[in-house]
Design a protein around this ligand. Sequence first.
Ligand code: CMP
Length: 137
Amino acid sequence: MERTLSIVKPDGVRKNLIGDVIGRFEKNGLKVVGVKMTSLTRQQAEGFYAVHRARPFFGSLTEFMSSGPVVLMALEGDGAIKKVRDLMGATDPKKAAPGTIRADHADSIESNVVHGSDAPETAAFEIGYFFNALELL
Ligand code: CMP
């Protein structure tokens, strides 16, 4: 069993896609083991995406991620990290496979509806960034 962190980003919440995203995860065998809705401050978004601090899109990304409510989820399942990434599709919706969340709903590489951890170490950091032990099943 593996755990990963997913976020319905502000554009996904604005487009009423919370149920669609969680539904896809649940239908594909992932279990929600922690969930909360909140608005990130700019500082919280910067801390979460600290690994991207040197990238040219860092300012825009953290502004976008703090532009409205998000849904934070810890998910558990067999191969959960890859499963979530497969269901999301490529970061750039133009390159995302048909039928994936981003191909179906994302507007751009930045407004791409959903986030998922990319490796076990990142998943551990990202789950711990948003959830404490009492908030996880
Ligand atoms: P995410 O999976 O949340 O991880 C980092 C985010 O940075 C990514 O999704 C995109 O939303 C964003 N991102 C990645 N590359 C670019 C880019 N070239 N321009 C703008 N945003 C980007």
